[in-house]
Ligand binder design. Structure first.
Ligand code: SAM
Length: 297
């Protein structure tokens, strides 16, 4: 393992702020996060490469965070070795049952005895351990779709979690993309961990245009299903304008990463782009929407 230096930044905050801190870290460019309980608080920890970040980045981060809340929040940072980072967040992560069918098992642990479908995961530095509400909402919504032999597009695949689970549930073909190169390598290695073939999970560095291009090149448009767990601003600004290029009359879509407070705003834009919301499910302050093209419900 590389012994690159990293910053470990820790925020101690009330439980209600955990997700906001998580997303603030994500926006700053964190390469991995972990969270744990401490008395009545949460400690959210994120990791940043030392070659790209310095103390002034975290001073500004702290000032912005304190500006947005009256709650008691403490921010601290220190440097660590890469190996410490891997060890530190691995100790926080245990096998987790999600929905009715799935058990997510960290790759370094022996899976428990279970009737559930086991997903073996080592997300490395990519988003998608399955612990976050937005991922769990997608995983539960996936259980309700007809997956057998489906072709599915995954925009913002992170660790590849949604793509690989869809394949484990019987999907035939996935076209995936992510703007983060670490997500691409993480998706490849998680596919291997789960015995998924490279041909069945095609993944590109990029976004929706790349997904459209690879599905089109394979002669697989429209796809049967779309999953997209990205912040609502990105969904509305970058994804919705071209999303229907993937879709046909029977295509279903699952959109997550949407704060419930923004769901009406997202729904307005969905309507404007010819989609309708079939179902909304909620977890914590997040929601996921199952959508279809409007004429075809
Ligand atoms: C919330 S994570 C979701 C990861 C995984 N699909 C899951 O459900 O856990 C969002 C992912 O979208 C990626 N992303 C952000 N903006 C994007 C964009 N415009 N196009 C494609 N991927 C994007 C991020 O790099 C990140 O991996």
């Amino acid at each position: 393992m590389l012994t690159e230096k990293w910053w470990e930044v820790a925020v101690v905050c009330p439980f209600a702020l955990e997700d906001s801190v998580y997303w603030a870290f994500e926006q700053l460019g964190s390469k991995g996060t972990a969270s744990q309980q401490k008395d009545d608080s949460r400690i959210v920890t994120a990791y940043f490469p030392q070659v790209q970040f310095g103390p002034s980045d975290f001073e500004q981060f702290e000032a912005r965070l304190l500006d947005t809340t009256d709650a008691s929040v403490q921010v601290s940072w220190k440097t660590i070795e890469n190996e410490d980072w891997a060890k530190s967040w691995k100790t926080h992560w245990q096998p987790e049952a999600v929905g009715d069918r799935l058990l997510i098992n960290p790759a370094w642990l022996t899976p428990p005895d279970t009737q559930r479908t086991i997903l073996t995961l080592d997300p490395g530095s990519a988003f998608g351990t399955g612990a976050h509400a937005t991922t769990q909402l997608c995983l539960k919504a996936l259980e309700k779709q007809a997956i057998t032999n489906a072709t599915i597009a995954d925009v913002g695949c992170g660790s590849g979690i949604l793509s690989i689970v869809a394949l484990l549930y019987g999907a035939k073909q996935i076209y995936a993309a992510d703007v983060d190169p670490l997500a691409i390598s993480s998706t490849h290695s998680n596919a291997t961990l789960n015995g998924v073939s490279e041909a069945a999970l095609q993944v590109e560095l990029g976004s929706l245009p790349e997904v459209i291009a690879i599905a089109k090149q394979a002669g697989d448009l429209p796809v049967d299903g779309i999953v997209c767990n990205i912040l609502s601003e990105i969904i509305v600004g970058l994804i919705l304008p071209r999303l229907s290029e993937l879709a046909g009359p029977k295509t279903w879509g699952i959109l997550s990463g949407i704060l419930t407070s923004k769901s009406a705003w997202v729904e307005e834009h969905l309507t404007a782009f010819g989609w309708q919301v079939v179902e909304i499910v909620h977890q914590d302050e997040w929601c996921a929407m199952t959508i279809r093209l409007a004429d075809e419900r």
